[in-house]
Design a protein around this ligand. Structure first.
Ligand SMILES: N[C@@H](CCOP(=O)(O)O)C(=O)O
Length: 466
């Protein structure tokens, strides 16, 4: 499989190349040159496969010659063997048409584990072939940080620098990152927002002083391998609900647009997806983009759903590229305009292509609370604030009554105990596997929200690539 950049200039790479590269050198994001497509019979034959086998089946076309099918399956067995639920991503029925897809049974209690447990193994596999050293630089609004650290802590040949916005993640989220003691893990809290952190990470890929010395890669969903692994759970859920003979809708709480873009990829591969509902909090750039074609970033507002406190959504570029006819030069110009003004209008072609599959909704804080209460009262489920935003959007969506609607439950409620307790009066306990979190010592540095300070701090500590 051959991968191309959304901005049309960086050289194409194979799967091993894009996994190690992270972001394309022209500032774009990698995508497969063509979407692999399964027939309805091929999808039907996936029914009943255990999750690791399904994962290997769905991902093999993207992996191409970079791994044999046997090796890919072995890595999937290893990655998903660490999940606390036998189904890996169990589907829970809420009422006659609404379902929750629980994606938080991995080691750090959020959907990020589904991809990052595998990505850690892929890094190790591919680095073993090139005998290199990798410097991973990541940005997190809460969940990616601990999942990425959990996936690479203590591994040879890799070190990770994870940047989070100081004071804008939950205490559980922060402790999950900063209490991991391993010589290859470095946590940085910056004075700023997630968007500032993400902008620093992207800038580092274009900083020749850094890229000449260090082999920099990404664990955020700008890395294609992240998205690829997230495609699998759309198949897992839809197959259980009757695909390929039945269409299924998904509601996805999203900030960086990676999780919902994985659903778009599943649809391109032939999964019968009726609708993808983009659910946002008051940081609603994605809702405005889908509903009105207005992609303009406002100031990031801190909310009780901090992982979605994002105004610049990296993966939206992938959708704009694909929906706009895959014209790299035109997209690069459109993105340059956005980068200099903070605002962009979608073209008519992009808007109409997006409208064929996507809907969207913005949840106010009261909507989020109401959804948490409804899940508790109607189905006995405690859900986290992000999942509640997805559920609000799912229940508000205008979708034919015979179509099941699956809300992605992206994080365990115990990651946000204060918000959950405020809404439903019950404080969700931490699962026993991380029950001693509050007794662990934390380690992180606080730096100004300034690229020069952060890149200098990283450069002093990172291991040169050769
Ligand atoms: N919501 C994320 C932000 C980063 O998103 P990613 O999917 O690109 O890693 C987080 O919790 O860190």
């Amino acid at each position: 499989m051959d991968y191309i950049s959304t901005r049309g200039i960086a050289p194409s790479l194979d799967f091993e190349g894009v996994t190690l590269a992270g972001l394309a050198r022209d500032g774009g994001l990698y995508l497969p040159r063509v979407w692999p497509r399964f027939t309805a019979d091929e999808i039907a034959a996936m029914r009943g496969l255990p999750y690791p086998a399904l994962a290997a089946r769905v991902m093999q076309p993207f992996v191409g010659d970079s791994l044999t099918p046997e090796r890919l399956q072995a890595l999937c067995e290893q990655a998903y063997g660490r999940f606390a639920h036998a189904a890996v991503t169990p589907l829970i029925q809420l009422d006659e048409r609404h379902w929750l897809l629980e994606l938080f049974h991995g080691p750090t209690l959020a959907f990020k584990d589904v991809a990052l447990q595998l990505l850690g193994l892929l890094f190790e596999e591919f680095l073993g072939r090139v005998q290199g050293h990798l410097t991973i630089v990541g940005a997190t609004s809460g969940d990616t940080g601990s999942a990425a650290i959990g996936a690479v802590a203590g591994r040879d040949g890799v070190e990770i620098f994870m940047i989070h916005p100081a004071g804008r993640v939950s205490e559980v989220q922060r402790r999950q990152m900063t209490s991991v003691r391993a010589p290859n893990v470095h946590n940085i809290a910056i004075d700023g927002s997630f968007d500032d952190a993400q902008a620093m990470v992207k800038r580092m890929f274009g900083d020749q002083e850094m890229t000449d010395r260090f082999r920099i890669s990404a664990v955020n969903s700008i890395n294609w391998a992240r998205l690829m692994a997230q495609v699998v759970y759309y198949f897992a859920a839809a197959l259980q609900l009757g695909a390929p003979d039945r269409r299924v809708a998904f509601s996805v709480p999203t900030g960086n647009f990676g999780d919902v873009f994985a659903g778009y990829v599943a649809a391109q591969m032939g999964l019968p997806v009726e609708r993808l509902i983009v659910a946002t909090n008051v940081n609603d750039i994605l809702h405005r983009a889908v509903a009105e074609g207005d992609y303009s970033a406002g100031t990031v507002t801190a909310t009780a759903a901090p992982s979605m406190d994002i105004q610049v959504s990296s993966n939206f570029e992938r959708l704009l590229f694909d929906a706009g006819g895959r014209d790299g030069a035109a997209l690069a110009e459109q993105m340059r305009g956005f980068e200099s003004t903070g605002a962009m209008r979608l073209t008519e072609a992009q808007r109409s292509a997006i409208a064929t599959l996507f809907g969207s909704a913005r949840a106010e804080p009261a909507d989020m609370t109401a959804a948490m209460r409804w899940a508790r009262e109607a189905a006995g489920q405690a859900i986290d604030p992000h999942t509640a935003i997805g559920l609000h959007a799912a229940r508000a969506a205008d979708i034919a009554p015979h179509v099941p609607v699956v809300t992605l439950a992206t994080a365990h409620p115990a990651k946000f105990p204060d918000a959950v307790e405020r809404a439903i009066g019950v404080r969700p306990p931490l699962p026993t596997r991380i029950g001693d979190l509050f007794a662990r010592e934390e380690h992180y540095v606080e730096l100004p929200g300034d690229y020069a300070a952060v890149s200098a701090w990283i450069a002093e500590r990172a291991t040169p690539s050769a």
